[in-house]
Write a protein that binds this ligand. Structure first.
Ligand code: OGA
Ligand code: NI
Length: 335
């Protein structure tokens, strides 16, 4: 528990040695580009226009933001508030959820999933738990704040609806049959909450290191504080917060299913020295036994990937410390 950044960093004036990344991996190593054309898509307007914009964004950036998405602003505000309150609770309240065991369904942890083996730690605490089906998991969630389960439960249901709707738009855009992602491909749903306390020198550290999401699709709420950066053509682009918008990104499984047409882009999260930043990732994942393969309609000449079980992918992702290129390569058909 004392390893939680939020526990010890309040009085910290100098970044500890074991949080200083090697040159080249630090937030301060790269120039960050403001991106005026980062896709911002209005989901309430013309649907065929939205589909076109989503497809373009998924091919070019692997990322986009959505507004007028139908999730109530009050619910979003209540959710981020209750989550921030959770991180502000005294340690003894949070202690029972803290675990370094990756197999624990609901857990509070710090840095990455490799705390015990990584050389350098990341400036982040995390809370992660499954949310679907609600009845199966809600009893494992935090008991305090007392409205956590109620508020986060409502939020999770809304996010699931929104994400399935976005997946339908992607289906239509790709020309894949309607309902393709229903069922086992989107069976699992996890909230992965990130909490980045202020850091005395953000340039030396990283909140969440460069990675691509191994899931099907992510819908992230990043609040009003910037920190998310996306890699495009070798340049880091900052994703500027838009009030009450969600950031959507393509996961590795959707890249495979689209036979490489959609990109699962690498991204990372940096910290700042002034305020804590809390983000809520909503991850849709296939069931572990589900076979992932390029959809028939996506194969123009040859499939780029061999069929595999999702659990094979996630095992390799963990074993390679999230080295997406290596994992994607392992499932590619060699020509
Ligand atoms: C993630 C992620 C970015 C952020 O949780 O997978 O990329 O800004 N988060 O918190
Ligand atoms: Ni991510």
């Amino acid at each position: 528990m004392e390893t939680l950044v939020s526990s010890w960093s309040k009085t910290c004036i100098k970044v500890p040695e074991n949080y200083i990344l090697p040159e080249g991996q630090r937030a301060g190593s790269d120039e960050i580009h403001a991106c005026k054309s980062f896709p911002l898509i209005d989901l309430s307007g013309n649907q065929s226009k939205a589909i076109q914009e989503i497809l373009y964004a998924c091919q070019e950036f692997g990322f986009f933001q959505v507004i007028n998405h139908g999730v109530s602003e009050d619910l979003i505000d209540d959710t981020i508030k209750v989550i921030e309150e959770f991180f502000d609770l005294p340690n003894e309240e949070k202690a029972q959820l803290f675990s370094t065991d990756q197999n624990k369904a609901c857990r509070l942890y710090t840095s990455s999933y490799n705390y015990n083996t990584e050389k350098v730690h990341f400036w982040r605490d995390g809370l992660r738990h499954p949310v679907h089906p609600l009845d199966e998991w809600v009893h494992l969630w935090p008991e305090k704040p007392t409205n956590y389960r109620d508020v986060v439960g409502k939020y999770s249901l809304e996010l699931r609806k929104l994400t399935l709707r976005i997946l339908e738009l992607i289906c239509e855009g790709l020309g894949i049959e309607a309902g393709y992602f229903e069922g086992d491909l989107s069976k699992n749903h996890v909230l992965s909450i990130n909490h980045y306390p202020p850091c005395p020198d953000p340039s030396l550290t990283m909140g969440i290191p460069k990675h691509a999401d191994a899931n099907l699709i992510t819908v992230l709420f990043q609040g009003n504080i910037s920190g998310l950066q996306v890699l495009k053509n070798g340049q880091w682009l900052g994703v500027e917060p838009v009030p009450h918008a969600f950031v959507v990104n393509i996961g590795n499984q959707l890249e495979v299913i689209s036979n490489g047409k959609l990109r699962s882009a690498e991204h990372r999260g940096v910290t700042n020295s002034k305020v804590s930043r809390t983000t809520i990732g909503s991850f849709i994942l296939p069931n572990h036994e589900t076979i992932i393969k390029p959809a028939k309609t996506m194969i123009e000449s040859v499939p780029l990937y061999r069929p595999f079980k999702y659990k094979e992918f996630s095992k390799l992702y963990v074993d390679t410390f999230g080295d997406t290129d290596a994992v994607m390569e392992a499932f590619k058909i060699k020509t």
